[in-house]
Design a binder for this molecule. Sequence first.
Ligand SMILES: [Fe+2]
Length: 412
Amino acid sequence: MSTTPATHRAPAPPLPPGAPIRPGAVPQTFQNPTRVITGEGCAAEVGPHAAKLGATKVMVVSDPGVVRAGIPTSVIESLHAAGIETLLYSEVEPDPRIELVEATLAAYKAFGGQLIVAVGGGSAIDVATATAILATNPGPLRSYEGWEKFPNSPDPLFALPTTVGTAAEVTPFVVITDAAAKFKFTIGSPKAAPMIAFLDPMLVLGLPASVTAATAMDALTHAIESYTSLLSTPISEGLALQAIRMISANIRIAVANPNNLAAMNALLIGANIAGLAFSNTRLGNVHATAHPLGAFWKIPHGVANALMLPHVMEFNALACPLRMIDIAQAMGESVAGMSMAGTTEHDAALRAVQAVRRLEADIGIPARLRDLGVDKASIPDMAADAMKSANIAINPRKTTINEIISLYESAW
Ligand SMILES: [Fe+2]
């Protein structure tokens, strides 16, 4: 096992310039407040759990595509069977804006809801979480940007993911777009993590290949960035490696056949495990550079991550070659005998980058930013926004704005 240095959980104390960081030198925390229920058909457990909380009015938050596919039906039926009144709110859009959260809150208040159940991808769960926060805190939402900025516990929230990526069902972070500022901001607090996550593979069966590919690449990026984060701990490392194994072993199969229950279940659980890891370590330069691609060019989050991932891994390999070798091995690469063959540790580390590039080609991820309509002239502005991300400081290789510009240019 490699020995990337670790500091403690966010917010990390400032270190004097040049100070050595030793694993275990500062207190480290591992916390995951969400109860996780897994298994085929577990969505039917939502009603009994809501009844146990004493809820009589529950708002189900989803998006139009998920509702058209009939996915929330099993959840709503289980709530009705428990004698609970429901309101289905299905206005969620990708890259949700502050205004959408405010509209959701108005519907929730008018209904008199006591519990929110999110059925959807990261956007639906983020909107539901932000709504639950504003139900008990005066706002405005943007004033809660950062870590532990809102005072009151949100209304209770259950989450059922219908994609295999964000792990929003278990993370303490919410990402909302400030459209006026063209900026995605993050609200984080252990209180923001959903109360219960239900991972029902029946809800992701038949997912379109492009959605599986993009969201599973988001999950793989979470696991890889968590494993190389300067905040990683022995606990998070075990979770991150297991997530890399499960996701990389099943992603091709699930893209090829979305009705393969075992593969979809493995991706759903792998993504969740990656979420448990990165909730405690944050991420790195991939997510820092991916968020501006979403805010400026509406590139789906998973695709933006997938595009930046090999470039950032190549950049980071210099800083943490042993970690990269671990990642290569977790992805099924063999690095045995590479030193005897006269290659360097760095060459072995780059096997992880090659594995990611091959995987992305196999599952149809676009290779270049220019193919997605990104104007090269926007790179300096995106780089300036990327530098505002708290993920830059915990990336394993120290990064300047010029290096962020170079990363965007190589991906372009
Ligand atoms: Fe992500």
